[in-house]
Write a protein that binds this ligand. Sequence first.
Ligand SMILES: [Zn+2]
Length: 82
Amino acid sequence: MSFRISFETCNAAFGEPGDTVQFRTEVKRILRRVVAVVEAGADEGPVMDINGNKVGSWSLDMSCGCDNTARHEWNQAEEVKR
Ligand SMILES: [Zn+2]
C-alpha cells in the first residue's frame, strides 16, 4: 500500500523564481487541501493550484509488493468501513 502525490510547481501560483515564501505558501495550501479530502474519505484526486489549474494528482494505492499481510488486511478492513 502506498500514498502517492505529485504536482508541478512551475506556474504563477508558486510565485516568481526565488520567491520561496510564495512557493512554500502554495505547497502548504495544496497539502492542507489534500489532507481535507483524505479526511473526507477520498482515495484519489487531482491537485489544483490556487488559480484553479490542475497541476498533479494524488492517490492511495491498495496494491503492494511487500509481504506484510497483517497490515494489508487491516488496510482492506479500513477501506471497507469508509
Ligand atoms: Zn505492503
